[in-house]
Design a protein around this ligand. Structure first.
Ligand code: PLP
Length: 400
């Protein structure tokens, strides 16, 4: 075996003509007795991809030293190139990291902020990202400012104007979600990149949900850095994510752990941050192969259509309005819960749905209103969301 041996993808099933929906569940380890409407939080990895990951682990354990020292560098660069090509980028600009949180932190720590410089983010930013910004501000004297992106929202112009209102002179860095969490809105990242360019600010896109869900072309976004998770909509094993950097941003970018290859360049530093199990990263090309086996257009089209159709049905059943024009959502949609549930805590409602109906769905308390964020996935069918619709209606009836 050598570092140039191809990664194993032979076990990936051919699903081009397989009917989508519950019939596909056998390809996942997901409990068949649950309604899993939250692919968004941690993904769910197909058995075939986990099998490839396990094969990689076994290959590593047959001769660990040779694997780590001789094979891994080539395998990692090969995997990075494949994943980058799939996502519209060059492999030398992409490095694997454990998760989006690590990628965002690496960028924040690599910028020598000066006192008073601004870091702009959205008020919808993911809590880990907000905390990382606040921590970096405390260390450096930079100040964080949040763009007041409205929700409900009428169109992407409202996102651009909310950012434009706070990207003042002295803004060093802007962080924008590609698909926001928790509210699932797809952001116009190219327009935001143009805005940052005009104002002399750097742009980090937090694309935690975008790979696999959107037809992502990273280099075309115009971002300085792009962070994405492979363990959500790309179906890769947990602990697989990437950080991409534009060519002129690579030299000063360092991983969170400075290790043996410090000073040897962007990809060398990120590819070795100390001994770890690299099998999740090396299995990402198998996850790409899994999506290709379904048909990429078919996959993306189905997950978005299912989430939007389901959201329309739930909104109708609960007498509420979907909070944004449909094209602003992709495979996740946030829907307000009926007013009658306003006083109930998010945790209580989540647990009631799980305990009584075995429905796993995130319940959110945002802007003094309760919401659910549904995910559409190819192992789901409308019946899963109809179950959510009637369960919530029953809870609302009991509360009124
Ligand atoms: C927008 C956004 N950023 C960052 C993250 C963090 O991802 P991870 O837990 O993989 O670091 C998430 C997770 O859901 C997210 O939605």
């Amino acid at each position: 075996v050598s570092g140039s041996d191809p990664l194993p993808v032979a076990q990936i099933p051919d699903l081009r003509t397989a009917p989508l929906g519950h019939g596909l569940r056998a390809h996942w380890l997901l409990d068949p007795d649950i309604h899993f409407l939250n692919h968004g939080s941690y993904g769910a990895t197909p058995r075939a991809v986990l099998d490839v990951q396990q094969a990689l682990r076994e290959r590593m354990e047959r001769q660990p030293v040779r694997f780590m020292d001789a094979e891994l560098p080539g395998l990692l660069r090969g995997a990075a190139s494949e994943v980058a090509e799939f996502l519209g980028a060059q492999g030398d600009g992409l490095a694997f990291v454990d998760n989006a949180t690590a990628g965002v932190n690496a960028v924040l720590r690599s910028i020598p902020f000066k006192t008073g410089e601004r870091i702009v983010l959205s008020r919808h930013a993911y809590p880990a990202v907000r905390n990382a910004v606040l921590h970096r501000c405390r260390e450096s004297g930079a100040v964080s400012v949040e763009a007041d992106v409205p929700f409900p929202i009428r169109g992407e112009d409202e996102i651009v104007s909310a950012f434009a209102a706070v990207i003042a002179p002295g803004t060093r860095l802007v962080i924008a979600d590609h698909v926001s969490s928790p509210l699932a809105i797809v952001h116009p990242v190219r327009r935001l990149a143009a805005l940052c360019g005009e104002r002399g600010a750097l742009l980090l896109v937090d694309g935690a949900h975008a790979p696999g869900m959107l037809d992502l072309r990273i280099e075309a976004t115009g971002a300085d850095w792009y962070v994405g998770n492979c363990h959500k909509w790309l179906m890769a094993p947990k602990g697989s994510a990437f950080l991409w950097a534009a060519p002129h941003r690579r030299a000063e970018l360092h991983p969170l752990a400075i290790s043996n290859r410090w000073g040897q360049g962007f990809s060398a530093e990120f590819d070795w941050t100390g001994t770890r199990d690299p099998s999740a990263w090396l299995a990402v090309p198998a996850a790409v192969a899994f999506l290709r086996s379904l048909g990429l257009e078919r996959y993306r089209g189905r997950i978005a259509a299912l989430a939007r159709d389901a959201a329309r049905g739930l909104a109708h059943a609960w007498g509420v309005a979907v909070p944004a024009p449909e094209p602003m959502f992709a495979a996740m949609v946030t829907v307000p819960l009926p007013e009658a549930l306003a006083g109930r805590g998010a945790r209580v409602l989540h647990d009631a749905l799980w305990d009584r109906w075995r429905i796993e769905v995130p319940v959110l308390d945002f802007d003094h209103r309760m919401w659910v964020r549904i995910s559409g996935q190819i192992y789901n069918e409308l019946a899963d969301y109809e179950m959510l619709g009637s369960a919530v209606a029953e809870l609302a009836h009991q509360s009124s």
